[in-house]
Write a protein that binds this ligand. Sequence first.
Ligand code: MD6
Ligand code: FE
Length: 216
Amino acid sequence: MDLFAEQDLQQPARVERIGEQALVLRGFALPRVKELLAALDCVLLQSPLRQMHTPGGLAMSARLSSCGDLGWTTDRHGYRYSPLDPLSSRPWPAMPEAFLVLAEAAASAAGFSGFVPDACLINAYAPGAKMSLHQDKNERSCTAPIVSISLGLPAIFQFGGFERSDPTQRVSLFHGDIVVWGGVDRLRFHGVMPIKPGHHSLLGEQRINITLRQAG
Ligand code: MD6
Ligand code: FE
């Protein structure tokens, strides 16, 4: 495993294994946070964060946006990837180079080489917002890795099994941490506990999660 992969500071990332093919790379994004946030601002000017509803009609508590060739949306008609932002009926903003470079480096540090994401989902959580246990299965491949970047306020991530009722591990995720998982772990149930109130020096009262995927 290349623990030094393209980090600015040539130091090994602190790695925690949470599954056979699931790793937390502590602080992996820290050297790139400035570029990430600048790129994120640019994306969100074009496709702003918005409230979405589950097919069952429930409002999601995190606000969402996307960038890349495909963006993830949900409404009364179901969950899906779409090349167009339903708010603007225009293509989603292009995937920023900074996202691509960091995601490839993180995937490769976690043992998944050649990761070229075509979809990027952005979740923004205010204190109290959460993500219920779910599986990500709208992507064409159910083994390709997902790279998940955490920014801002900390979260308690729940990482479960292959049934919703399976026990979950609770993993704290902090500003700059990256989770990468794929292969045999890819269809595990997972979620985010309600975000605790707090203030982050760069992001204020929110947590941002950026997930990069090969969806198409
Ligand atoms: C979040 N993440 O961390 C929600 N899904 O806010 C996810 O739902 C997720 O982090 C698939 C793979 C990685 C993830
Ligand atoms: Fe997910």
